[in-house]
Design a protein around this ligand. Structure first.
Ligand code: WTA
Length: 661
């Protein structure tokens, strides 16, 4: 329930949204699931009736995974911001849409009501228009976690521009690559961003990314940290000035309006870059109607959201989790979403618990890596924090180990809160496999059952469905999905063939997730992790090829191979084996130089945890690196290396083993 004195106007009586498609029991889940598979068209069109459309659809679903080509609600017209904002104004206008908690707990909180959000989004839309942005243009957003980031995203959606948010931990080089790939002409950024005691100089990173760039027409800069920045005449403008000017245009006689652009159901809503097994990140493209339906449907069902509840997703909006479960899911449901600018352990390790207490958070959604790192501080940070408002807990981003699951259950949920383990990906737009809080059964470290509309299948290397159980009675295979759900990615920006080869070509007529999974006798799924060359470091996806490319750019490096190894807090750590012909002999310094290079090329998030210098890498006669061997060495499993007879030079393995860090 809402708590703050400013919101005394909010009472349960003015609850407007009800969710007729909210599943309330396991029986209902089974029925919904069956219907979604047998008759997806009527299943999804009934749900779609609960949204605001400018024009209804001609057909519900057309698809073909060979191309791939997927169309949901063909012919329908809508604007997602009318569904996330305008339709709530009458009944929920004074209800908080966003509660913003600043990095520094001493600083003033900001509560953004739906009315205020509406006004700000109209202003941003007007500001973008004033600066020449048109429907279909790509707008790159590189900001900290401030409410203005949410306004920027929704402002783009209001005028039909495609937003592409870049996480604040990426380097200038990464930004430059993404700007080029998306062919973006507009940027919205901040002078700087607070993260714990650090200030990240965002605008200056953007300036570095723009050296030599001639295609960017406008950079809009929001002042957050008052960090000195350079402002280029004719290109860079201040958010505050532009917004003030726009305010005069959108507000007449106390009435705020900016017409929401009419979008096709299949018009792209945003691009979000993510790592794959090749060196170059892919721009995953999500469409408007399908993504809206899916984030709303999964938000309401997985978390069992009720009107008036406060939802706190701790992710950064630079990742898909923030897009779907801070912005679009909660807002489309007329919910209240907490947005936290800071980091979990600053100024102390009780920060999350303080926020839960302060805002009487009902739903807490975070990553296993955050739970594990907070576990490390013991129970002291929990003292004096009232967590009794919590009703539902969630995890996302990586498999959760049982120890972390039980700690979360016992010390945070006090054994009263169902935990939802939500498995999904940037490409899937929202949760695909997860229990529904208190409605479908939970099983520690299992994501459990698929959402209605999701048809998983486990296949072997050849693409045949796995039917043989292992010694524990489990099926084990590569996780694929048989048919499209509304928020499946539509393409990878500018390169549809890449989308096809990455996701739809490994196995005929299946979407391949890149994950391995187990399935038990109840049909529950447990995700075991990536089966491709993608690492999951602190819940962030990083491609090994990307890190290798960055390391190889360092002068002196001849070749490198990167693998993951188990890491107590991060889940996976990055282990790099490097052949370096540097003659100056100072290994420690070279290590630091390499880290600096990786930071420059990708960003600090991709820095290897360990770098081992080696003379050679284990290669087959055809020149392929045997990563399996390197993985064993990185894991410390030295006695179990396996067959090395196919290697060109088996002696390199002993050298590497002897030099293991
Ligand atoms: C992993 C994050 C186990 C998985 C939403 C997937 C998980 C990758 C879970 C996607 C989970 C995500 N259990 N593994 N509950 N959730 N993953 O694109 O390997 O950043 O393929 O999306 O994270 O990461 P992404």
């Amino acid at each position: 329930m809402i708590f703050l004195a400013d919101f005394t106007t909010f009472t349960p009586q003015n609850i407007a949204m009800s969710y007729p498609y909210q599943i309330k029991s396991f029986e209902e889940y089974k029925k919904a699931y069956q219907k979604s598979v047998e008759d997806p068209e009527s299943f999804w069109s009934e749900i779609a009736e609960n949204f605001v459309w400018k024009k209804k659809w001609n057909s519900v679903l057309n698809w073909n995974f060979e191309e791939p080509w997927v169309q949901w609600f063909e012919g329908a017209k809508l604007n997602i911001t009318e569904n996330c904002i305008d339709r709530h104004l009458k009944e929920l206008g004074e209800k908080p849409a966003i509660i913003w908690e600043p990095n520094n707990p001493e600083e003033r909180t900001r509560i953004v009501t739906y009315n205020r959000l509406h006004k700000r989004v109209c202003q941003v839309a007007q500001m973008l228009k004033n600066n020449g942005v048109k429907k279909g243009d790509r707008v790159c957003i590189y900001m900290g976690m401030v409410p203005e980031l949410a306004y920027a995203i929704l402002g783009c959606a209001r005028i039909g521009a495609i937003h592409s948010v870049i996480f604040g931990g990426f380097s200038a080089q990464s930004i430059a690559d993404r700007l080029y790939d998306a062919n973006a002409e507009y940027i919205i950024t901040c002078d700087g961003a607070y993260r714990g005691e650090k200030i990240i100089p965002l605008k200056s990173v953007i300036d570095d990314a723009l050296i030599g760039n001639r295609s960017i027409k406008r950079v809009i800069v929001y002042t957050r940290t008052r960090t000195a920045v350079s402002m280029l005449k004719g290109r860079d403008v201040w958010w505050e000035d532009e917004m003030q000017y726009a305010e005069e245009q959108v507000e007449k006689n106390g009435i705020v309006s900016f017409p929401a652009e009419t979008m096709d159901a299949e018009d792209p809503l945003f691009i979000l870059y993510t790592s794959g097994s090749t060196g170059k990140p892919k721009g995953v493209v999500h469409s408007t109607a399908g993504y809206m339906l899916w984030t709303n449907y999964t938000f309401i069902n997985v978390f069992q959201y009720r009107q008036g509840q406060v939802h706190f997703c701790t992710a950064d909006i630079g990742w898909i989790t923030g897009h779907s479960y801070i912005v679009y899911g909660p807002l489309s449901a007329g919910g209240t979403s907490v947005m936290f600018e800071g980091v979990p352990a600053w100024p102390n390790a009780g920060r999350f618990w303080e926020i839960v207490d302060k805002y009487k958070v009902n739903i807490l959604y975070t990553a296993p890596t955050a739970i594990r790192s907070l576990m490390g501080f013991g129970l002291e940070p929990l003292q004096g924090k009232d967590l009794s408002s919590l009703e539902v807990l969630g995890t996302v981003g990586e498999p959760i180990n049982e120890e972390a699951w039980h700690w979360y259950d016992e010390h945070i949920g006090k054994k009263k809160c169902p935990i939802v383990d939500t498995w999904w990906q940037t490409e899937t737009g929202g949760c695909l496999i997860s229990n529904m809080a208190g409605v479908t059964p939970a099983k520690p470290s299992w994501a459990t059952l698929p959402m209605p509309g999701v048809q998983p299948i486990l296949v072997d290397e050849k693409g045949n469905e796995v039917t043989e159980k292992d010694e524990h009675g489990l099926l084990k295979g590569n996780l694929c999905i048989k048919a499209p759900w509304p928020a499946i990615l539509r393409t990878t920006y500018g390169d549809h063939e890449r989308c096809r080869t990455n996701y739809f070509s490994a196995y005929k007529d299946l979407y391949f997730t890149g994950d391995g999974a187990l399935k038990d006798e109840n049909g529950f799924y447990r995700i075991t992790g990536r089966v491709d060359d993608v690492l999951n470091v602190s819940g962030h996806r990083i491609g090994t090829a990307e890190v290798e490319n960055a390391i190889n750019m360092h002068a002196g490096v001849v070749e490198s191979a990167v693998v993951g190894y188990p890491h107590d807090i991060k889940g996976q750590g990055i282990y790099a084996f490097v052949i370096d012909n540097n003659t100056h002999g100072d290994e420690e310094l070279t290590r630091k130089d390499i880290l600096q290079t990786v930071s420059r090329i990708i960003g600090p998030i991709a820095k290897p945890d360990k770098i081992q210098f080696v003379k050679g890498l284990p290669k087959t006669r055809s020149g392929k690196i045997m990563r399996r061997i390197l993985r064993k060495i990185a894991e410390g499993d030295l006695s179990n290396i396996g067959d090395t007879s196919t290697l060109l030079d088996p002696t390199v393995v002993d050298d590497i083993k002897n030099g293991k860090l």
